[in-house]
Design a protein around this ligand. Structure first.
Ligand code: 6PG
Length: 244
């Protein structure tokens, strides 16, 4: 467990291809109902678009694979800020059966209500309200990292990062842009996976990646899979001297 692997790739194109291979490998390893936890933000967009291309699309058992999201912005699906809407537009609408796409319901009365509904959705899929090291919730969890070191919508210094008795929480206020309420998985369900895969691309990520690699206490460093934790980084994102 606790182990972290850093993989360096040349650029954003290579990063999307490497992420696609890891995603397909985790899906193939689950012969029943593979579960993938997607992420929002700009980091995964190229990967999502790649999965919809013929070459990748035919390698994924769409009837069996299930797609969740680690956090969402509490805005209507029609808002471009909505994370699951981005993933749907990039690949899910074209590839996945509607019943296999598990979105956070941002048309609920409020973020807490949406969080409760998503807990139920996750626990129904999992067949249990307990996380079990022998049977992880997800096969793969994708994550991006914000400029302040947040993952999903777990911000540094916010109470959500400490929550261990609830799988999903409402986050009334964000710490960075966009300043809209969020709904986020907490660390325990995110950690319940065979592989947690961080996507780090571009010079904008270099400062925060340096702080992560220096071991600073940030949400991004507290997010560790009970299986494998992999940081996929392109050259521009890696601080000088941190090339691997
Ligand atoms: C969100 C994301 C968030 C994101 C990071 C990185 O809802 O905003 O899930 O955790 O992954 O903020 O965002 P970028 O990929 O846009 O840099």
């Amino acid at each position: 467990a606790e182990h972290r692997t850093i993989i360096e790739v040349s650029d954003a194109v290579a990063l999307a291809a490497a992420a696609a291979e890891r995603l397909i490998k985790q899906i193939e390893a689950n012969t029943e109902r593979p579960a993938i936890c997607l992420t929002g933000g700009s980091s995964p967009k190229r990967l999502y678009e790649l999965l919809a291309t013929d070459a990748y699309r035919k390698r994924i058992p769409w009837q069996r694979a299930h797609w969740f999201i680690g956090d969402d912005r509490f805005v209507p699906e029609s808002d471009p800020l909505n994370n699951m809407a981005m993933a749907k537009g990039a690949f899910l609408d074209a590839c996945a059966p509607v019943a296999n796409v598990h979105a956070i319901k941002t048309d609920a009365a409020n973020p807490d209500e949406a969080a409760s509904l998503y807990v139920r959705e996750l626990q129904t899929f999992h067949g249990s309200d307990k996380l079990d090291a022998a049977k992880p919730l997800f096969d793969l969890v994708l994550l991006g990292v914000g400029p302040d070191g947040h993952v999903a919508s777990l911000f540094p210094g916010y109470p959500g990062i400490e929550v261990s008795d609830r799988w999903v929480i409402g986050v009334p206020e964000a710490h960075v842009k966009p300043f809209v309420p969020r709904v986020s998985l907490t660390l325990p369900p995110l950690a319940s996976c065979h592989e947690m895969l961080f996507l780090m691309s571009g010079a904008d990520k270099r400062a925060i990646l340096g702080r992560v690699l220096a071991g600073e206490d940030l949400p991004a460093n507290r997010a560790r899979s009970r299986g494998e934790t992999v940081w996929l980084c392109d050259r521009a994102a890696l601080p000088e001297g941190d090339s691997v």
